[in-house]
Ligand binder design. Structure first.
Ligand code: 13P
Length: 341
């Protein structure tokens, strides 16, 4: 393990005014996204769509620090034969790879999952290394409901995250540690705060026990936010304040950066919340984005699988990338949204 190299990569991923594009949807998830815009999910369509994002050169160069890829994409080349990893690197971003194998039902814990993929991970990481990714991602999923999350599920998922993170660092790959508390339920923001605190405390204890070097990782948490079905939705200020309170309680200052997931927030909400946190400022870690849906919903809709829409899709992506880049610097204003293409 080379701690300096890990720290350098992590610093590049959370550099000021930039954030991460999560383009690592599994084949099942991207099919759902394509179904919604009436596009058949074939390897070529997936390649064409992702290539149009990565070739949005100005936006990539200015606002995107890294891109998380799925196994299929990291092996694909663009239409002109350039490997997509090279396209990303040429735009000045760091390529990364999702290495978990998905969330599966956890025995004896109805409604809860455990993320799988540890078996053979050392060998998979060694193979990926030749393909160019310098960081990896593993997502644990924690749902909130009656009687859940259980300690069994939180502990098992935190342990797997820490084992994954250690295996990455062994091979100088920066682990993105993603414990996602879902916002699907009817719970209020305070319940989300309690559960997020419980999860993060457990994750950092496990990271310590597995000897993970905090300087060489990036945390990708949910924001502290009311469940989608809650009748009491919190204000932007309340989300920012409660998220910062919980993160300060749980995340050691040695962690270089926190890159939030969007988790089903609307595009503008995800931007406004990140911006509000950066306006408050004064945190020991950088706060940025690692958005999937909140960066891609607009370009997907604009593209709709039609070659003649590539330009419109790239403009839509460039706009969201810029809005979130500004939010990562605390410089976003709602009026800027109105100038959208
Ligand atoms: P969302 O921003 O759509 O939540 O996706 C981020 C991600 O990578 C989830 O693992």
């Amino acid at each position: 393990m080379d701690v300096d190299q890990l720290a350098q990569t992590a610093a590049a991923m959370v550099q000021p005014g930039k954030g991460i594009l999560a383009a690592d949807e599994s084949s099942g998830t991207i099919k759902k996204r394509f179904d919604a815009i009436g596009v058949e999910s074939t390897p070529d369509n997936r390649r064409d769509y992702r290539e149009l994002l990565f070739r949005t050169t100005e936006a990539m160069r200015n606002y995107i620090s890294g891109v998380i890829l799925y196994d299929e994409t990291i092996r694909q080349s663009g239409k002109d034969g350039t490997p997509l990893v090279k396209v990303i690197e040429q735009a000045g971003a760091v390529p990364g790879i999702k290495v978990d194998l998905g969330a599966k039902p956890l025995p004896f814990c109805p409604g809860e999952t455990i993320t799988e993929g540890l078996d053979g991970l050392r060998e998979r990481l060694a193979e990926y290394r030749g393909l160019g990714p310098r960081f990896a991602k593993w997502r644990a999923v924690i749902d909130i409901g009656e009687g859940i999350p259980t300690w069994t599920a939180v502990k098992a998922n935190a342990h797997a995250l820490a084992r994954y993170a250690a295996l990455c660092q062994e091979q100088n790959v920066v682990p993105i540690v993603e414990p996602e508390v879902l916002m699907d339920g009817a719970h209020d923001i305070d319940r989300c705060a309690t559960v997020t605190e419980f999860v993060l405390k457990t994750v950092f204890q496990e990271l310590y026990e597995q000897r993970v070097v905090l300087e060489g990782m990036v945390l990708k948490p949910n924001m502290v936010i009311a469940g989608r079905k809650s009748p009491r939705q919190a204000s932007v200020e309340e989300v920012a304040e409660k998220t910062l309170t919980i993160l300060k309680r749980c995340v050691p200052a040695a962690v270089p950066g926190i890159a939030f997931l969007s988790g089903g927030q609307s595009d503008e909400e995800a931007t406004a919340h990140l911006n509000a946190m950066n306006r408050v400022g004064g945190t020991p870690w950088r706060l940025t984005f690692s958005y999937g849906r909140a960066l891609q919903a607009a370009p997907q809709k604009a593209w709709s699988g039609k070659p003649e829409n590539v330009g419109a899709a790239q403009r839509a992506f460039a706009h969201r990338a810029r809005m979130n880049g500004l939010a990562a610097a605390g410089q976003w204003r709602r009026e800027l949204e109105e100038g959208a293409d």
